[in-house]
Design a protein around this ligand. Structure first.
Ligand SMILES: C[S@@+](CC[C@H](N)C(=O)[O-])C[C@H]1O[C@@H](n2cnc3c(N)ncnc32)[C@H](O)[C@@H]1O
Length: 223
């Protein structure tokens, strides 16, 4: 099943997970990490049902632009209800359908790319010198308490990743198929952001399962 088919089928469930009590604190932190100013243009890649968009709008104000890009139409339909003033685009974050931005946000998306380092490099080029990029992703935890929950996290990650059927997702979760792929992709995305930015900040949430990395592209950055 393709990504849009999977998220389209489970759009209601995904929206409930995306807006689960407590997750709003992480989303506010992600919006803050972009250090937005009134009038800025901010693009969220893989915006899903738009749970971050109101926080971005608060920070760029009425004169700013909030753009959400996603491949899944039913999630974008929810995003348009949640953030009617956002520009929503059906498009691929890997080939950004956007010409310029002051800042880019991607939450729980980088683990879905085959080559996350290249995608993050392209986003840094998109924002250009002085622009900001923030990535929030889930991966296994090194927190003393979180570590003991890593097996449950891996099963959750497999069970909520696009699969051909719920049975197939359950089988992959039980057999631990592809367990290291998510961690590797998240690490590659973060390494690419570290390579291309300065004034970075990193915060952890949720017993260390969720990491938020942000940085600013240097003024002397060449594309
Ligand atoms: C786990 S959800 C995260 C949604 C949202 N960022 C959030 O924090 O709730 C992953 C999202 O990425 C989208 N997505 C996956 N691959 C994509 C791609 N190549 N281009 C655009 N969106 C993509 C999916 O459609 C889905 O909405």
């Amino acid at each position: 099943m393709s990504v849009p088919e999977f998220y389209g089928r489970y759009a209601d469930l995904y929206d409930r997970i995306a807006t689960f009590p407590g997750v709003g604190r992480w989303r506010r932190a992600a919006a803050d990490a972009l250090d937005l100013s009134a009038g800025d243009t901010v693009v969220e890649f893989g915006c899903g049902s738009g749970a971050n968009l109101p926080y971005l709008r608060e920070r760029v104000g009425d004169d700013g632009r909030v753009v959400g890009v996603d491949v899944t139409r039913p999630l974008l339909a929810r995003a348009s209800e949640r953030a009617p003033d956002a520009g929503l685009v059906v498009g691929d974050a890997v080939r950004p359908p956007v010409e310029r931005a002051d800042a880019v946000l991607a939450t729980f998306v980088c683990g879905m790319f085959a080559d996350p380092a290249r995608v993050v490099a392209d986003w840094c080029s998109l924002v250009g010198p002085g622009g900001r990029v923030a990535l929030m992703d889930a991966a296994t935890s090194t927190h003393p308490l979180g570590r003991s929950l890593n097996p449950a996290f891996r099963a959750f990650a497999r069970g909520t990743a696009p699969a051909d059927s719920p049975l197939e997702a359950a089988r992959a979760a039980i057999e631990g198929e592809g367990d290291t792929v998510l961690d590797e992709r998240v690490a590659a995305a973060r390494a690419a952001l570290v390579d291309r930015t300065e004034r970075r900040q990193f915060r952890r949430f949720g017993l260390g399962f969720v990491g938020l990395l942000s940085g600013r592209v240097p003024r002397d950055f060449s594309r």
